[in-house]
Design a protein around this ligand. Structure first.
Ligand code: GLU
Length: 445
C-alpha cells in the first residue's frame, strides 16, 4: 500500500478497535486504490479517504421485547448510515447472534461501493440486531420487529434511509416492521423499506435477485473466456434466500448444483438439488437441511468438514462472511474449481482471495457479484415512487441488464488500472471513483 493509504488504514484500525471484519473490508478496498491514486492523486486530497472510511452516522439502541413465556429480553439494535453521496442510505438489516458494531460497519462499508456499482442512485448503509430468530414463534418475531422499528422509524424514510432484508430478515420481518412504521408515522411510505410483500408494494424478482445476480455474474465472467455454465457442477453454500435462487438460476442455465448447507452441516446431492423440495423445507417449513435429506433418497448430510471439500467446477459461497478460508480455497482449486462468484458479503478470507487470484481463476467479489439484490431493491423504490408495478419479465430484464453493466464496469476498471481480469480491483476502483467524484462535487461534508 502507498504511504498515504497505509496511514488511513492504520487510523481505521486504531479508531475501530477489535472490529476485525471492518478492518478486513477497508484493507481490501484501500489496497485496490494504489493504482487509482497513482493515476489520479487528487483522490487522496481533501481527506477524502479519511472521510470515506468514517460513517456519516452510527445509531445504536436498546431493543426490549417480551417472549411467549412473559420473560423480558434485551437485544441491541444498529443502523450505520455510512455514505449518502449517491442517494439515500440503502442496505439490509441482519438479525443474527453474531451481529455487533464491527459486523454492521463492514457490511455498511461494502454496501457503499456495491450500491455505487449498480448505478441506481443509492448510498450505503446497514443495520441489524444480535437477535436470533431461530426457534422463536411468529408472535415473538413480531414483538421483536415492532420494538426494533419503534426506535428505527425515527431515523429512516424514503429519501433518507431505506432498509431491507439480509440474514434472518425476510418477507415476514419486513412485513412486521412496515406495519409498525406505518402505525407510528401514520404514513404509507411504501418506499421506506424494500423486500416488501407483492400485495403491498413489493417488486417481483426481489426475492430471487441476489442469487440470480450472482449466477449471472458467473456467466458473464465465463463468457470472457468463451465458456458458459452449461454442464458445470456447482458447489453452493448456504440454504437461505441467496443460495436457493442461485441454485434456481444455475439450473436454468444448464448447470448442476449439488450442494447447500446451514449451521447444522452440508448436503451433497450428486443427482442435482431438488429445488422444489429445498424450497418446501426452507421457505415453507423453516426447517433444517437435514429435513431435506430425510425425504431425498441419494442425498447425504455431512456434519463435519466443509462444503468446500466437495469438488466442482464453480463455487457460489452464499452463506456468510469468511466462510471460505485459505485451506478451503486450496481444496477447491485442487478439485478443479475455475470460477467463484460470491453471493454472500465477503465470504472469502483474504488468504482465499489471494489463492484464487494466484491460480488465475475467475473470481467475482461479493460487492459486484451479489449486487443484484440491492439493485432490485432500487427497482422496487422506483416502482413505489411511480405507484406502478412491473411484471416478472420486465423486472428480470432490468436485473440482467444491471448485472451485465456491473460486470463490464469491473472489467473496464481492471483494464484501466493495469490488472486485466482482476475483478476485485475492478469492483473497488469502479465503485470508489463513482462515490469519490460525487463527494468531491458536494464539498467537505
Ligand atoms: N442485504 C442485501 C445486500 O447485502 C440487500 C440490501 C438491500 O436490498 O437494500 O446487499
Amino acid at each position: 500500500m502507498q504511504d498515504v493509504v497505509e496511514k488511513v488504514y492504520e487510523q481505521v484500525v486504531a479508531r475501530n478497535r477489535g472490529e476485525v471484519e471492518f478492518h478486513q473490508a477497508v484493507h481490501e478496498v484501500l489496497e485496490s486504490l494504489d493504482p487509482v491514486i497513482a493515476k489520479h492523486p487528487h483522490y487522496a486530497e481533501g481527506a477524502l479517504l479519511e472521510r470515506i472510511v468514517e460513517p456519516e452516522r452510527q445509531i445504536m439502541f436498546r431493543v426490549p421485547w417480551v417472549d411467549d413465556a412473559g420473560q423480558v429480553h434485551v437485544n441491541r439494535g444498529f443502523r450505520i448510515e455510512f455514505n449518502s453521496a449517491l442517494g439515500p442510505y440503502k442496505g439490509g438489516l441482519r438479525f443474527h447472534p453474531s451481529v455487533n458494531a464491527g459486523i454492521i460497519k463492514f457490511l455498511g462499508f461494502e454496501q457503499i461501493f456495491k450500491n455505487a456499482l449498480t448505478a441506481q442512485g443509492i448510498g450505503g448503509g446497514k443495520g441489524g440486531s444480535d437477535f436470533d430468530p431461530h426457534g422463536r414463534s411468529d408472535a415473538e418475531v413480531m414483538r421483536f420487529c415492532q420494538s426494533f422499528m419503534t426506535e428505527l422509524q425515527r431515523h429512516i424514510g424514503p429519501s433518507t434511509d431505506v432498509p431491507a432484508g439480509d440474514i434472518g430478515v425476510g418477507g415476514r420481518e419486513i412485513g412486521y416492521m412496515f406495519g409498525q412504521y406505518k402505525r407510528i408515522r401514520n404514513s404509507y411510505d411504501a418506499g421506506v423499506l424494500t423486500g416488501k410483500g407483492l400485495a403491498w408494494g413489493g417488486s417481483l424478482v426481489r426475492t430471487e435477485a441476489t442469487g440470480y445476480g450472482a449466477v449471472l455474474f458467473a456467466q458473464s465472467m465465463l463468457a470472457t473466456k468463451g465458456d458458459s455454465l452449461e454442464g458445470k457442477k456447482v458447489i453452493v453454500s448456504g440454504a437461505g434466500n441467496v443460495a436457493i435462487y442461485a441454485i434456481e438460476k444455475a439450473q436454468q442455465l444448464g448447470a448442476t448444483p449439488i450442494t447447500f448447507s446451514d449451521s447444522s452441516g452440508y448436503v451433497v446431492d450428486e443427482a442435482g438439488v431438488d429445488l422444489e423440495l429445498l424450497k418446501q423445507v426452507k421457505e415453507v417449513e423453516r426447517g433444517r437441511v437435514a429435513d431435506y435429506v430425510e425425504r431425498r433418497p441419494g442425498a447425504r448430510l455431512v456434519t463435519g468438514g466443509s462444503v468446500w471439500d466437495v469438488p466442482g467446477d464453480v463455487a457460489l459461497p452464499c452463506a456468510t462472511q469468511n466462510e471460505l478460508d485459505g485451506d478451503a480455497a486450496a481444496t477447491l482449486l485442487r478439485g478443479g474449481c475455475g470460477v467463484v462468484s460470491e453471493g454472500a458479503n465477503m465470504p472469502s478470507t483474504p488468504e482465499a482471495v489471494e489463492a484464487f487470484q494466484k491460480a488465475g481463476i475467475l473470481f467475482g467479489p461479493g460487492k459486484a457479484a451479489n449486487a443484484g439484490g440491492v439493485a432490485t431493491s432500487a427497482l422496487e423504490m422506483e416502482q413505489n415512487a411511480g405507484r406502478t408495478r412491473w411484471d416478472f419479465a420486465t423486472a428480470e430484464a432490468k436485473l440482467t441488464g444491471i448485472m451485465a453493466d456491473i460486470h463490464d464496469s469491473c472489467v473496464a476498471a481492471a483494464e484501466e488500472y493495469g490488472r486485466p481480469g482482476d475483478y476485485v480491483l475492478g469492483a473497488n476502483a469502479a465503485g470508489f471513483t463513482r462515490v469519490a467524484d460525487v463527494m468531491i462535487a458536494h464539498g467537505i461534508v
